[in-house]
Design a protein around this ligand. Structure first.
Ligand code: SF4
Length: 334
Protein backbone atom coordinates (compact mmCIF):
# COMPACT_ATOMS: atom_id res chain seq x y z
CA UNK A 1 0.00 0.00 0.00
CA UNK A 2 1.24 3.49 -0.87
CA UNK A 3 0.42 6.76 0.91
CA UNK A 4 -2.28 7.68 -1.64
CA UNK A 5 -3.92 4.26 -1.21
CA UNK A 6 -3.89 4.77 2.54
CA UNK A 7 -5.62 8.14 2.17
CA UNK A 8 -8.33 6.54 0.04
CA UNK A 9 -8.82 3.80 2.65
CA UNK A 10 -8.98 6.36 5.46
CA UNK A 11 -11.67 8.27 3.56
CA UNK A 12 -13.62 5.05 3.04
CA UNK A 13 -13.50 4.24 6.74
CA UNK A 14 -14.49 7.85 7.54
CA UNK A 15 -11.48 8.24 9.82
CA UNK A 16 -11.02 11.60 11.46
CA UNK A 17 -8.10 11.24 13.91
CA UNK A 18 -5.12 9.14 12.89
CA UNK A 19 -1.79 8.20 14.43
CA UNK A 20 1.30 7.78 12.26
CA UNK A 21 3.98 5.31 13.38
CA UNK A 22 7.15 6.07 11.46
CA UNK A 23 10.34 4.01 11.89
CA UNK A 24 13.48 5.90 12.87
CA UNK A 25 14.98 5.57 9.40
CA UNK A 26 11.98 7.33 7.84
CA UNK A 27 11.49 9.94 10.60
CA UNK A 28 13.11 12.67 8.45
CA UNK A 29 9.97 12.34 6.29
CA UNK A 30 7.75 13.21 9.27
CA UNK A 31 7.00 16.80 8.25
CA UNK A 32 6.10 15.80 4.69
CA UNK A 33 3.89 12.97 5.87
CA UNK A 34 2.23 15.05 8.56
CA UNK A 35 1.44 17.81 6.07
CA UNK A 36 0.14 15.39 3.48
CA UNK A 37 -2.22 13.54 5.82
CA UNK A 38 -3.23 16.75 7.64
CA UNK A 39 -4.98 18.07 4.52
CA UNK A 40 -7.82 15.71 5.37
CA UNK A 41 -7.25 14.23 8.80
CA UNK A 42 -6.37 15.21 12.33
CA UNK A 43 -2.86 13.73 12.62
CA UNK A 44 -0.56 12.82 15.49
CA UNK A 45 2.90 11.33 14.95
CA UNK A 46 4.22 8.94 17.56
CA UNK A 47 7.75 9.98 18.42
CA UNK A 48 8.47 6.62 20.02
CA UNK A 49 10.54 3.99 18.33
CA UNK A 50 8.62 0.81 17.69
CA UNK A 51 9.55 -2.76 16.95
CA UNK A 52 7.44 -3.56 13.92
CA UNK A 53 3.96 -4.78 13.11
CA UNK A 54 3.98 -6.56 16.49
CA UNK A 55 4.07 -3.18 18.21
CA UNK A 56 1.30 -0.62 17.70
CA UNK A 57 2.41 1.47 20.62
CA UNK A 58 1.02 2.42 23.94
CA UNK A 59 -2.76 2.38 24.21
CA UNK A 60 -2.68 5.71 26.04
CA UNK A 61 -1.54 7.27 22.79
CA UNK A 62 -3.80 5.52 20.33
CA UNK A 63 -6.96 5.13 22.37
CA UNK A 64 -8.59 8.20 20.82
CA UNK A 65 -7.59 7.71 17.20
CA UNK A 66 -9.73 6.08 14.52
CA UNK A 67 -6.87 4.42 12.70
CA UNK A 68 -3.11 3.87 12.96
CA UNK A 69 -0.98 4.16 9.86
CA UNK A 70 2.28 2.27 10.29
CA UNK A 71 5.16 2.71 7.87
CA UNK A 72 7.91 0.29 6.94
CA UNK A 73 6.47 -3.06 8.01
CA UNK A 74 4.01 -5.59 6.72
CA UNK A 75 0.97 -6.76 8.60
CA UNK A 76 1.20 -9.79 10.87
CA UNK A 77 -2.00 -11.47 9.68
CA UNK A 78 -2.78 -13.54 12.76
CA UNK A 79 -2.68 -10.64 15.24
CA UNK A 80 -6.10 -9.36 16.29
CA UNK A 81 -5.30 -5.66 16.23
CA UNK A 82 -7.40 -3.59 18.60
CA UNK A 83 -7.62 -0.66 16.15
CA UNK A 84 -7.85 -0.46 12.38
CA UNK A 85 -4.28 -0.33 11.06
CA UNK A 86 -2.99 0.44 7.61
CA UNK A 87 0.50 -0.78 6.77
CA UNK A 88 2.52 1.20 4.27
CA UNK A 89 5.33 -1.18 3.40
CA UNK A 90 8.71 0.06 2.38
CA UNK A 91 10.67 -1.94 -0.16
CA UNK A 92 14.30 -1.18 -0.87
CA UNK A 93 15.03 -0.22 -4.41
CA UNK A 94 16.02 -3.21 -6.47
CA UNK A 95 19.69 -3.33 -7.46
CA UNK A 96 21.30 -5.28 -10.28
CA UNK A 97 23.77 -8.03 -9.33
CA UNK A 98 26.59 -9.67 -11.28
CA UNK A 99 26.24 -13.37 -12.03
CA UNK A 100 29.60 -14.24 -10.49
CA UNK A 101 28.58 -13.40 -6.91
CA UNK A 102 26.32 -16.49 -6.97
CA UNK A 103 29.18 -18.85 -7.83
CA UNK A 104 29.84 -19.48 -4.11
CA UNK A 105 26.67 -21.59 -4.13
CA UNK A 106 27.79 -23.89 -6.94
CA UNK A 107 31.30 -24.10 -5.44
CA UNK A 108 29.70 -25.49 -2.28
CA UNK A 109 27.55 -27.96 -4.25
CA UNK A 110 24.30 -26.09 -3.59
CA UNK A 111 21.82 -26.86 -6.35
CA UNK A 112 18.48 -26.56 -4.57
CA UNK A 113 18.27 -23.09 -3.07
CA UNK A 114 15.67 -22.04 -0.51
CA UNK A 115 15.13 -18.33 -0.97
CA UNK A 116 14.30 -16.18 2.07
CA UNK A 117 14.06 -12.46 2.70
CA UNK A 118 13.04 -9.93 5.25
CA UNK A 119 10.12 -7.90 4.00
CA UNK A 120 12.07 -4.78 3.01
CA UNK A 121 14.02 -6.85 0.48
CA UNK A 122 11.09 -8.73 -0.93
CA UNK A 123 11.33 -7.13 -4.39
CA UNK A 124 15.04 -7.89 -4.48
CA UNK A 125 14.25 -11.49 -3.58
CA UNK A 126 11.97 -11.75 -6.60
CA UNK A 127 14.77 -10.43 -8.78
CA UNK A 128 17.28 -12.89 -7.24
CA UNK A 129 14.80 -15.70 -7.82
CA UNK A 130 14.83 -15.00 -11.58
CA UNK A 131 18.59 -14.61 -11.61
CA UNK A 132 19.22 -17.94 -9.87
CA UNK A 133 16.86 -19.73 -12.24
CA UNK A 134 18.69 -18.26 -15.24
CA UNK A 135 21.91 -19.62 -13.75
CA UNK A 136 20.42 -23.12 -13.53
CA UNK A 137 19.64 -23.40 -9.83
CA UNK A 138 16.47 -25.04 -8.57
CA UNK A 139 14.90 -22.26 -6.47
CA UNK A 140 12.24 -22.94 -3.85
CA UNK A 141 10.34 -20.26 -1.93
CA UNK A 142 8.68 -21.59 1.20
CA UNK A 143 5.14 -21.09 2.43
CA UNK A 144 4.63 -19.17 5.64
CA UNK A 145 2.37 -19.49 8.65
CA UNK A 146 -0.17 -16.92 9.87
CA UNK A 147 2.49 -14.62 11.33
CA UNK A 148 3.79 -13.72 7.91
CA UNK A 149 2.34 -12.08 4.85
CA UNK A 150 4.61 -13.11 1.96
CA UNK A 151 6.04 -16.48 0.84
CA UNK A 152 9.71 -16.70 1.74
CA UNK A 153 9.43 -13.92 4.31
CA UNK A 154 11.28 -14.29 7.62
CA UNK A 155 11.07 -12.32 10.83
CA UNK A 156 13.46 -12.53 13.76
CA UNK A 157 10.74 -14.47 15.58
CA UNK A 158 9.48 -16.76 12.83
CA UNK A 159 11.22 -19.01 10.32
CA UNK A 160 8.20 -20.91 9.01
CA UNK A 161 9.23 -20.14 5.42
CA UNK A 162 12.47 -22.04 6.07
CA UNK A 163 10.81 -24.95 7.90
CA UNK A 164 8.34 -25.53 5.09
CA UNK A 165 11.04 -26.38 2.56
CA UNK A 166 13.85 -27.72 4.76
CA UNK A 167 13.60 -31.24 3.30
CA UNK A 168 13.90 -29.98 -0.28
CA UNK A 169 16.85 -27.59 -0.17
CA UNK A 170 20.62 -27.91 0.11
CA UNK A 171 20.95 -24.44 1.62
CA UNK A 172 19.14 -21.13 1.99
CA UNK A 173 20.00 -17.82 0.44
CA UNK A 174 18.74 -14.98 2.62
CA UNK A 175 18.25 -11.53 1.12
CA UNK A 176 18.50 -9.29 4.16
CA UNK A 177 20.85 -7.19 6.18
CA UNK A 178 19.75 -9.05 9.29
CA UNK A 179 22.25 -11.63 10.48
CA UNK A 180 19.81 -12.65 13.24
CA UNK A 181 17.33 -13.90 10.63
CA UNK A 182 20.01 -16.05 9.05
CA UNK A 183 21.19 -17.50 12.37
CA UNK A 184 17.59 -18.32 13.24
CA UNK A 185 16.92 -19.98 9.89
CA UNK A 186 20.04 -22.15 10.11
CA UNK A 187 19.60 -23.17 13.75
CA UNK A 188 15.95 -24.01 13.25
CA UNK A 189 16.52 -26.17 10.15
CA UNK A 190 20.12 -27.45 10.36
CA UNK A 191 20.66 -26.34 6.77
CA UNK A 192 23.42 -23.87 5.82
CA UNK A 193 22.45 -20.26 5.28
CA UNK A 194 24.16 -17.85 2.91
CA UNK A 195 23.47 -14.14 3.25
CA UNK A 196 23.27 -11.85 0.27
CA UNK A 197 24.68 -8.56 1.49
CA UNK A 198 23.34 -5.88 -0.82
CA UNK A 199 25.68 -3.21 0.53
CA UNK A 200 28.77 -5.16 -0.51
CA UNK A 201 27.01 -7.08 -3.32
CA UNK A 202 28.46 -10.29 -1.98
CA UNK A 203 27.30 -13.62 -0.61
CA UNK A 204 28.81 -15.36 2.39
CA UNK A 205 28.21 -18.48 4.43
CA UNK A 206 27.29 -17.59 8.00
CA UNK A 207 28.69 -20.69 9.75
CA UNK A 208 31.41 -18.64 11.56
CA UNK A 209 28.66 -16.35 12.90
CA UNK A 210 26.67 -19.37 14.08
CA UNK A 211 29.67 -20.76 15.97
CA UNK A 212 30.31 -17.41 17.62
CA UNK A 213 26.63 -16.97 18.45
CA UNK A 214 26.37 -20.38 20.16
CA UNK A 215 29.55 -19.93 22.19
CA UNK A 216 28.39 -16.58 23.49
CA UNK A 217 24.81 -17.61 24.04
CA UNK A 218 25.62 -20.72 26.07
CA UNK A 219 28.03 -18.70 28.20
CA UNK A 220 25.23 -16.19 28.93
CA UNK A 221 22.45 -18.63 29.77
CA UNK A 222 24.26 -21.38 31.67
CA UNK A 223 24.63 -19.42 34.96
CA UNK A 224 20.81 -19.46 35.17
CA UNK A 225 21.03 -23.10 36.24
CA UNK A 226 21.83 -21.93 39.79
CA UNK A 227 19.25 -19.12 39.88
CA UNK A 228 16.94 -19.12 42.89
CA UNK A 229 14.70 -16.18 41.93
CA UNK A 230 13.22 -15.82 38.43
CA UNK A 231 11.33 -12.90 36.91
CA UNK A 232 9.02 -14.16 34.17
CA UNK A 233 8.19 -11.32 31.81
CA UNK A 234 5.05 -10.82 29.76
CA UNK A 235 5.60 -8.19 27.09
CA UNK A 236 2.42 -6.15 26.66
CA UNK A 237 2.99 -5.37 22.97
CA UNK A 238 0.08 -6.76 21.03
CA UNK A 239 2.19 -8.99 18.82
CA UNK A 240 4.51 -10.22 21.57
CA UNK A 241 1.92 -11.01 24.20
CA UNK A 242 2.44 -14.61 25.35
CA UNK A 243 0.78 -14.63 28.73
CA UNK A 244 -0.09 -18.34 28.75
CA UNK A 245 3.48 -19.25 27.97
CA UNK A 246 4.70 -16.97 30.78
CA UNK A 247 2.42 -18.70 33.29
CA UNK A 248 3.49 -22.14 32.13
CA UNK A 249 7.14 -21.15 32.73
CA UNK A 250 6.15 -19.67 36.10
CA UNK A 251 4.54 -22.98 37.09
CA UNK A 252 7.61 -24.90 36.00
CA UNK A 253 9.88 -22.68 38.12
CA UNK A 254 7.63 -23.07 41.15
CA UNK A 255 7.50 -26.82 40.50
CA UNK A 256 11.30 -26.86 40.70
CA UNK A 257 11.03 -25.41 44.22
CA UNK A 258 12.46 -22.03 43.21
CA UNK A 259 10.94 -18.58 43.51
CA UNK A 260 9.27 -16.77 40.60
CA UNK A 261 7.30 -13.62 39.94
CA UNK A 262 5.29 -12.54 36.90
CA UNK A 263 6.24 -9.12 35.56
CA UNK A 264 4.78 -7.08 32.72
CA UNK A 265 6.89 -4.83 30.57
CA UNK A 266 6.48 -2.67 27.52
CA UNK A 267 10.04 -1.63 26.91
CA UNK A 268 12.25 -3.92 28.94
CA UNK A 269 14.76 -1.92 30.93
CA UNK A 270 17.81 -3.67 32.46
CA UNK A 271 17.78 -1.42 35.53
CA UNK A 272 14.25 -2.53 36.42
CA UNK A 273 15.46 -6.10 36.70
CA UNK A 274 18.44 -5.16 38.79
CA UNK A 275 16.01 -3.48 41.18
CA UNK A 276 13.93 -6.66 41.32
CA UNK A 277 17.03 -8.47 42.62
CA UNK A 278 16.22 -11.53 40.49
CA UNK A 279 18.91 -14.03 39.50
CA UNK A 280 17.50 -14.76 36.04
CA UNK A 281 14.82 -13.47 33.69
CA UNK A 282 12.69 -15.45 31.27
CA UNK A 283 11.41 -13.04 28.64
CA UNK A 284 8.40 -14.15 26.61
CA UNK A 285 8.29 -11.13 24.26
CA UNK A 286 10.42 -10.63 21.17
CA UNK A 287 13.15 -13.32 21.09
CA UNK A 288 15.60 -10.75 19.81
CA UNK A 289 15.56 -8.84 23.09
CA UNK A 290 17.03 -11.74 25.11
CA UNK A 291 19.73 -12.24 22.51
CA UNK A 292 20.55 -8.86 20.97
CA UNK A 293 20.50 -7.09 24.35
CA UNK A 294 22.20 -9.84 26.35
CA UNK A 295 25.16 -7.66 27.29
CA UNK A 296 22.94 -4.95 28.79
CA UNK A 297 21.68 -7.20 31.57
CA UNK A 298 23.58 -8.15 34.68
CA UNK A 299 21.72 -11.47 34.93
CA UNK A 300 20.94 -14.17 32.32
CA UNK A 301 17.85 -13.36 30.23
CA UNK A 302 16.49 -16.53 28.67
CA UNK A 303 13.96 -17.13 25.96
CA UNK A 304 11.23 -19.58 27.02
CA UNK A 305 12.70 -22.38 24.93
CA UNK A 306 16.17 -21.77 26.36
CA UNK A 307 14.68 -22.12 29.84
CA UNK A 308 13.00 -25.38 28.88
CA UNK A 309 16.18 -26.77 27.36
CA UNK A 310 18.43 -25.68 30.21
CA UNK A 311 16.22 -27.30 32.83
CA UNK A 312 15.53 -30.44 30.83
CA UNK A 313 11.85 -29.84 30.01
CA UNK A 314 12.76 -30.26 26.35
CA UNK A 315 15.12 -33.02 25.43
CA UNK A 316 17.17 -31.91 22.51
CA UNK A 317 20.89 -31.60 22.46
CA UNK A 318 20.96 -28.82 19.92
CA UNK A 319 20.15 -25.19 20.53
CA UNK A 320 16.58 -24.21 19.58
CA UNK A 321 15.73 -20.65 18.55
CA UNK A 322 12.58 -19.19 20.07
CA UNK A 323 9.84 -18.58 17.51
CA UNK A 324 6.47 -16.87 17.84
CA UNK A 325 3.72 -18.60 15.91
CA UNK A 326 0.73 -16.94 17.56
CA UNK A 327 0.04 -14.67 20.52
CA UNK A 328 -2.70 -14.50 23.15
CA UNK A 329 -5.56 -12.03 23.01
CA UNK A 330 -4.66 -9.16 25.28
CA UNK A 331 -6.23 -9.41 28.74
CA UNK A 332 -4.45 -8.03 31.76
CA UNK A 333 -5.86 -10.49 34.30
CA UNK A 334 -5.13 -14.19 34.44
S1 SF4 B 1 8.51 -10.03 17.89
FE1 SF4 B 1 10.55 -9.23 17.41
S2 SF4 B 1 11.23 -10.32 15.61
FE2 SF4 B 1 9.01 -10.63 15.79
S3 SF4 B 1 8.08 -9.02 14.52
FE3 SF4 B 1 8.25 -8.21 16.60
S4 SF4 B 1 10.21 -7.13 16.65
FE4 SF4 B 1 10.23 -8.47 14.84
Amino acid sequence: MEVDDAIIRLREMKASKILLQIPDGLKPESFNLFNKFSKEFNVIISSQSFYGACDIGNMEVYRDVDCIVQFGHSEIPNIKYTKPILFIEYFYKQIELDDDIFSILAENLVKNVGLLSSVQYYKEMEYVNGKLKELGYNVIVGNVDGRMKYPGQVLGCNFSAAHSIAAKVDAYLLVSTGLFHGIGAQLSTDKPVYILDLNNRSIRNIQPDIDKFLRKRYARIEPAIDAKKFAIVIDTKIGQYRKKLAYSIYNRVKGMGRDAIIVTADNINPVDFQNLMCDAVVFTGCPRVSIDDEDKFSMPVLTPIEFEQLFGFKSNNKYIMDEIVGVDSYSPIR
